[in-house]
Design a protein. Structure first.
Length: 77
């Protein structure tokens, strides 16, 4: 299956530019996508994920054609 992946500039993902379609195995999860993107497992908890506009956990299953947006929450004052 293919999912469309976008991410913010502060999230460093090598080899997969933001706006790319990524090929994954059927029944892949958000965590599986993060692994595919070579994001260290100990960093998964810091990344917020929206699938088709709805925030999801790393355990959420993905479907063919999903649009996944990855971002790091930012704060400041």
């Amino acid at each position: 299956m293919k999912v469309h992946v976008e991410y913010t500039g502060v999230l460093e993902v090598k080899d997969v530019p933001s706006g790319s379609d990524v090929e994954l195995q059927e029944e892949a999860t958000v965590g599986g996508l993060l692994n595919h993107l070579r994001i260290r497992p100990d960093h998964h908890r810091f990344i917020q994920t929206a699938v088709n506009g709805r925030q999801q956990r790393v355990s959420a299953r993905l479907s063919d054609g999903d649009r996944v947006v990855l971002f790091l929450p930012m704060g400041g004052g």
